[in-house]
Design a protein around this ligand. Sequence first.
Ligand code: 3NM
Length: 539
Amino acid sequence: MQKPLVDYSLYLVTDSTEAILGERNLVDVVEQAIAGGVTVVQYRDKTSDTGVLIHTAKELHKICQKGNVPLIVNDRVDVVLAVGCEGVHLGQDDMDIVTARKILGQDKIIGATVSSIKEAQVAVEAGADYLGIGTLYATATKKDTKSIIGINGIRKILYYLSHQKDDAAQIVKSVCIGGVNASNVQRVRYQLHPPSGSQPQKVLDGVAIVSAIMAAEHPQAAASHLKLLLDTPPPFKVKSTTAVSIPETEQDEINSIRTATTKAIVAVSNQKPLSHNMTNLVVQNFAANVALCIGASPIMSNNGDEAPDLARLGGGLVINMGTATPDSLANHQKAIEAYNSVGGPIVLDPVGAGATAARKEALAFLMASGYFDLIKGNEREIMAVARASGFVLHDSESKSSQQRGVDSGTSLFSFEEKAYLVSRIALRERNVVLMTGKVDIVSDGMRTYSISNGHSLLGEITGSGCALGTTLAAYMAANPEDKLLACVAGIVHYDVAGQVAGAGDVQGPGTFIPAFLDQLSKTRTQVMNKAYSDIAFRM
Ligand code: 3NM
């Protein structure tokens, strides 16, 4: 017998516990999952006696063979031998791979759980056929996982493997595991594929899933939905179809940004895109007024259940973490799924993300829940995002970046350092990142721009940062072909209006608000009427 060629794309790991399987029959559930398109099955049962394990594995093997899908048994080399199935999956505390290989021979598949470069190196050298890399995200299915390594931890292991000279590292297959479900599977795959034009790198061969299939009410439908998601490019990617070209000279670049900005402002006015805000009470009124003034259509709804209907209207969503609670997070999660599934742009505004442990957790939860086209925040907030994205900041930076309120505080970094951090996060998250401040820095990882318009009074009124999120959601919705330039246009519109309003006849923050709203609307009308000869913005 030859080692089977395995399609690892949708790898089901079973679970026989009450919490996941309930009263249902394991073999029935797995049979449905195979009918839905699962490509490999791992029988994982940590508690049953050997007799039960062998009996169940035999039953599973029959249906796997019928569906032409390999069966792998977790931990138990003896059960693999007794049943004659295709392979074994070994955790770090299980039998070592070399011994298992001696017992099972060359024709069986051996997989290994790894969560670090060192473990990956050991497993590959010992001859593992595939690696189960995790834990990607915290999961209720397995609470005693060693470490949550996130997208970045997985990326590091794949990067390490790509750069090894030996064949074993090149041919070893990989799946990720931990918290993968229908709402994040496309983003996980997308973020683990390097952007085109960058160095070639190993990509994941599949995703390993327990609860999103095993605990689903209809395992067949759940599996086929996941398979469809894996087989189709993510909607947030499909919508941005224009290839991004970078002009040759700086002047050409500025000119092209001016043209794009004018076009984007007109597009928002013409399309009146919905700006759906899930935000805190403090800023709702102001943000809704800002949306109207820039030409968008605001809706302030924190109810996740109506997000799917709203997402179909083609607008953008703002998730503002200002007053995050377990209830609001559950609503946010539903909305993220709804917008991600139709490719509607989402802005994450991690308000005060560095201030408390609860907010740091909320940020990690949201970043695991879906794909954000734009993450915007002040310096402290973006540093919290950097940490959630897997950057290791030095202790001194971490301590001094402890946020007190939601205000921005004094700067810790030079402009160059900030620009570098912003572009690195954008590259890692494969999205647009904006750090607001005296000078706004925005990047998609390839192109980084700074915009130094605006006015100090913008920092003295509540909600100006949140309403910029409202603006940018509408801008990205109306200008999906290049989200970075859509954001630049929105920032320019917003900041120039602030600059002109602040330079006018205002007495202070109170009179600044109406003057600012007037200017937002005037700028737009003038651009629409072509009366605005040139937008005087500084890049
Ligand atoms: N192993 P779900 S995480 C079986 O990190 C298992 O090694 C993990 O379950 C690891 O898909 C995990 O329901 C459970 O999140 C994954």
